[in-house]
Design a protein around this ligand. Structure first.
Ligand SMILES: Cc1cc2nc3c(=O)[nH]c(=O)nc-3n(C[C@H](O)[C@H](O)[C@H](O)COP(=O)(O)OP(=O)(O)OC[C@H]3O[C@@H](n4cnc5c(N)ncnc54)[C@H](O)[C@@H]3O)c2cc1C
Length: 601
């Protein structure tokens, strides 16, 4: 059962020792919680995931969501799951008390969603979207709209979605065509939305769609996009629900995450689909994007959970699978001698270490982003809030992308650890391999995230976010200065200087108005930055492990020693990618800006 793949000791180490959950809990916004209550929440979600999620993970893949008779049939556990999340308060975790929430730090919410995703990465998506949609309404909708929709979403009676994508408008949302015509105090909506996660399914009373559309006569491009709340059914005064002309055309059949439905919706086929404006006209994309930070961290979090579960599954297999003989043993050709376990082969250890550093490093990056999120909202000093907000801004595309992209590599290495069995349905690795593939596409592809990182975040406010991030990394370098980890500190400093050099080199193209050239290899900048910040996280983990070995050990000594070995591995095997990418990025060839016809005649 996948729950055994949760490494609770590493999660606690990251949460309490590396990311200082208790310091976050001491902020006035979270003063009603302490380590004891946080641990109770964590344990209750571990039990909940074991009971309600793990048993259905495989079934949701082998019996996927399917379009039948005008709606989508999903695993029967889905509707029960959402209500149970509501009962436990998990759909309202970070909302403040006035909005019906538990006022929990995002760091703890991130932790309890991650625990669920270790057990079953299909199901929590339904909860994540319902929460995301209700949070957006809480922030931007009128009191009347909030009262109509939010309470039923927080109890899990009604689901929620985000409807942005259209057939011609995926990465480029400026091309959205869905239309809204004024009709009294509401609007009549028309248009199609594709790839809508949780867009329609049986067993749920109602679904509340948040739809991006243009009001008739609105300006072209992103400046003319508004946000509407469009329920599948409208509640009538007598309590009954009336169909609101939101039609399901199909469910996309996918490579992975097959239990998390992906609907094709058509609004207003009968000219009778009613929506209500959220906030001001033409501000829809701004509202949506203000909520994107959370959604992007959530995407990275889901990928980190799959990487971790896959790592634990491969490790368990490698500890049990006998194959071949040790190269150093005398008489190695003697077939009468027993086989060794594959975990003793150097190449298998290398693959497992790769999985470990990506899974744990990616998780650390996610928790760091969640911590910055909390500090950017709840730190008592306004200037600090602003600085943490900038740190969150610059880290968010990396936190979304590193676990997703490197996670694919790490799960692939895990599948390789199982040899032929990795490719077969008898083992779970093939499902993780398929499931993780979507995370670099969700919430903006890697290409789009990379342009955001280089084109906006690294340069925003004259590079202030990048300067703040550099200062945070330099604190860790300083802490490593005089001890055994100083060589790692020096390598991290070199990597940081390389990142700065690459940024300054590419900025010259932006200053000269050559934006194509400036952003052409943004994805390589993303890779460089991902390896750098995860290297920073590993040095932090190493320093905390050393502190523990010198004093207060909460876990076995072997736990900390293994973290230090993983740190060694990371700096020898992963960090060289920084100079490798820099060599390409600092080259003036501009291969990818050449005419497509000349590259692919
Ligand atoms: C399973 C699934 C669930 C989804 N859930 C939702 C959801 O709930 N709600 C929702 O609204 N959407 C959802 N999406 C849509 C998702 O956000 C889009 O698929 C994604 O943003 C990419 O858009 P696209 O598929 O149209 O690809 P395109 O935009 O056509 O991109 C194709 C390729 O071109 C690249 N590219 C595009 N433009 C540029 C550019 N300017 N510069 C450089 N490269 C570029 C991309 O990086 C990509 O590699 C979902 C998608 C899937 C597959």
């Amino acid at each position: 059962m996948p729950d055994k793949f949760l490494d609770l000791a590493t999660l606690r180490f990251l949460l309490y020792d590396v990311h200082q959950l208790e310091a976050i809990l001491s902020l006035p916004d979270f003063s009603e919680y302490d380590a004891e209550s946080a641990n109770m929440i964590i344990q209750s979600v571990v039990d909940f995931s074991q009971r309600e999620l793990a048993p259905y993970y495989k079934e949701m893949d082998t019996d996927p969501a399917r379009f039948e008779n005008g709606t989508i049939r999903v695993h029967p556990a889905v509707s029960g799951y959402l209500k149970k999340c509501g009962e436990l308060g998990l759909l309202a975790g970070p909302l403040d008390h006035d909005s019906g929430g538990m006022q929990l730090p995002f760091l703890l919410v991130t932790t309890y969603m991650y625990i669920q995703e270790i057990s079953n990465n299909h199901m929590p998506g339904y909860a994540g979207l319902t929460f995301g949609a209700s949070e957006l309404l809480v922030h931007y909708a009128s009191e009347e709209i909030k009262e109509r929709f939010v309470p039923k979403m927080l109890t899990g009676e009604w689901g929620g979605t985000m409807c942005l994508t259209e057939p011609q408008a995926g990465s480029s949302l400026s091309d959205i065509l869905a239309e809204a015509k004024t009709d009294g105090d509401s609007y009549l909506l028309s248009g199609q939305k594709i790839f809508i996660s949780g867009g329609d399914y049986q067993g749920i009373e109602n679904i509340v769609h948040l739809v991006l559309a243009r009001i008739e006569g609105a300006p072209a491009g992103t400046k003319g996009i508004s946000l509407f709340v469009v329920p599948k059914f409208i509640s009538q005064p007598n309590g009954s629900l009336e169909f609101n002309d939101v039609n399901t055309i199909g469910d996309f059949q996918k490579l992975g995450q097959r239990g998390f439905c992906t609907a094709h919706l058509s609004f207003g086929d009968q000219g009778n689909c009613r929506g209500w404006l959220v906030g001001e006209p033409n501000q829809g994309l701004r509202y949506m994007f203000q909520m994107m930070n959370g959604a992007r961290i959530a995407t990275g979090r889901g990928a980190a959970a799959i990487s971790m579960a896959a790592y634990q599954a491969s490790l368990a297999y490698a500890r049990e699978r006998p194959q071949g003989r040790s190269l150093t043993e005398a008489g190695k050709k003697d077939a009468s001698k027993g086989q060794t376990l594959i975990i003793n082969h150097a190449d298998v250890k290398r693959m497992l270490l790769r999985q470990k550093v990506i899974a744990e490093g990616g998780l650390s990056l996610i928790l760091l982003s969640a911590r910055y999120h909390d500090l950017s909202r709840s730190h008592q000093d306004e200037q600090k809030r602003n600085e943490y907000g900038l740190l969150l801004d610059i880290l968010t595309p990396v936190a979304k992308t590193y676990p997703a992209e490197k996670g694919i590599d790490s799960v692939s290495a895990g599948l390789q650890v199982l040899g032929g069995y990795g490719f077969c349905e008898d083992y779970i690795l093939q499902q993780y391999y398929r499931d993780i593939r979507i995370f670099s596409i969700y919430e903006g592809t890697t290409g789009i995230q990379s342009q955001d990182l280089l084109g906006r975040k690294m340069t925003m406010e004259n590079g202030r976010a990048f300067a703040l991030l550099s200062m945070e990394i330099e604190k860790t370098i300083k802490n490593a200065e005089d001890g055994d980890l100083s060589p790692m500190g020096e390598k991290l400093a070199e990597g940081l200087a390389t990142a700065g050099k690459v940024k300054d080199y590419l900025m010259k193209f932006a200053d000269a108005g050559e934006y194509d050239r400036f952003l052409a290899d943004a994805t390589l900048v993303m890779e460089l930055m991902g390896v750098l910040v995860v290297g920073w996280q590993w040095l932090e983990m190493g320093l905390k492990s050393q502190d523990a070995l010198a004093g207060n050990q909460k876990y076995e000594e072997s736990f900390y020693r293994a973290k230090l070995h993983a740190l060694d591995y990371y700096y020898l095997y992963e960090m060289p990618a920084i100079s490798r990418h820099a060599e390409t990025l600092l080259n003036n060839e501009g291969i990818t800006t050449r005419e497509a016809n000349s590259l692919f005649p």
